[in-house]
Design a binder for this molecule. Structure first.
Ligand code: ADP
Length: 360
């Protein structure tokens, strides 16, 4: 088991800096997910922790030891990649036993560990098979079995589920989480998939362009995104946005947001720093908008109606941007109809349009 501490970590390739001073503490036993769009530097960061990529600057501590100069095999880490990297000519058992054999462990010592790992990963009946006779999910489990038998202090996962079909991905997500709950090891998990991050992480680290945008528990980030980037990155369908200028409503009735196209959204409440004249972007999640409001804050002409079974998504335009409104009821609304909307004060997010920072 190991805590991991990154202090001012950066990475340069020649003249190009791709990771810009990352500070991050990961507790012993914590499951931390690095998430962000492709190219934001998450794999590079993880590969520096693994020792597969040189650290250009800063300090990496693993289990209280400075690890910057340690070779990968000295770091007591197991890594699971997107490509399972199994040996095609070796059986499942021999694939899992490969590491211990290389380290010249006696088989009496590793055999019980392999059997325990196979049982935990539902592979007991497949130990004699070759990888090609396994499904994608089973192969991924063999890769995990190989990682588990090392009994590492730190597990690194780099997009391990990207090659699996949607249904299997959901299943493996649960399996990896259950595995972590049993083993209670420290995990750093890289993905570009915000749903994976939300469902698996103890804490999420949202990255963008080589920097950390926000760190927090999944629902903390979902409910209180620190900026427009995090607000738009987490959630599916994503948060709705409308940019405009704050104006005072008549007769001291609070604030409204005057939109670029002349429309207006009434604000039922606003943080103290929101004052008339400020250029702000309002954000509200699809599931927090109430339809058929008696005292509406906004209205929208519905262009598309999408029933998913459990809920219905209504799409239309507000202030020139496409908005989605999710209702749990079966909607009788037809395209072309106008719906009135209520945006409850407790679910409204306001951001400074220029800096992108949340108003508090
Ligand atoms: P992510 O994992 O978030 O998709 P990466 O960590 O793979 O992003 O890459 C971060 C940035 O570093 C990208 O802009 C990528 O082009 C650049 N990069 C990665 N590897 C190299 C390399 N060997 N040489 C130059 N640039 C690289």
């Amino acid at each position: 088991m190991a805590a991991v501490q990154l202090s001012g970590i950066f990475k340069r390739y020649g003249d190009t800096q791709v990771v810009h001073g990352i500070d991050l503490h990961i507790d012993d036993g914590e499951f931390v997910v690095l998430v962000g769009p492709s190219g934001c530097g998450k794999s590079t960061l993880m590969r520096m922790v693994a020792g597969l990529e040189e650290i250009s600057g800063g300090d990496l501590m693993i289990g209280g030891t400075r690890a910057n100069g340690l070779a990968p095999q000295q770091r007591n880490i197991s890594m699971v990649f997107q490509s399972y990297a199994l040996y095609p000519h070796l059986s499942v058992y021999d694939n899992i036993a490969f590491g211990p054999r290389i380290r010249k462990e006696p088989s009496a010592s590793f055999k019980p560990r392999i059997e325990a790992a196979a049982k935990m990963l539902n592979l007991s009946g497949y130990l004699d098979r070759l990888p090609r006779a396994l499904s994608g999910g089973q192969r991924q489990r063999v890769a995990m079995g190989r990682a588990v038998v090392r009994e590492p202090s730190l597990f690194l996962f780099d997009e391990p589920l990207s090659n699996l079909d949607a249904k299997l991905r959901v299943q493996m997500r649960t399996e990896i989480k259950a595995l972590h709950q049993r083993l209670k090891n420290t995990v750093i998990y890289v993905t570009h998939d915000q749903i994976e991050a939300m469902t698996m992480a103890d804490r999420i680290v949202v990255m963008n362009a080589g920097r950390i945008e926000q760190i927090g528990r999944p629902l903390e980030l979902y409910d209180h995104p620190a900026n427009l980037f995090v607000a738009s990155f987490l959630g599916s369908p994503s948060m709705n946005f409308a940019a405009g200028v704050l104006v005072n409503r008549a007769q001291g009735a609070g604030l409204a947001l005057k939109l670029g196209d002349g429309g207006e959204i009434v604000l039922e409440g606003a943080p103290a720093s929101a004052t008339a004249g400020a250029k702000v972007t309002l954000g509200v999640r699809p599931e927090h908008i109430e339809t058929a409001a008696e005292t509406p804050d906004a209205s929208m002409e519905v262009e598309v109606v999408e029933p998913t079974g459990a809920e219905t998504h209504l799409y239309g335009k507000i202030g020139g941007s496409t908005w989605c409104v999710t209702t749990r009821q079966r909607s009788k609304v037809e395209p072309g109809q106008r719906v009135t909307l209520r945006l409850p004060a407790e679910h409204i997010h306001l951001f400074d349009t220029e800096s992108g920072h949340r108003l508090v």
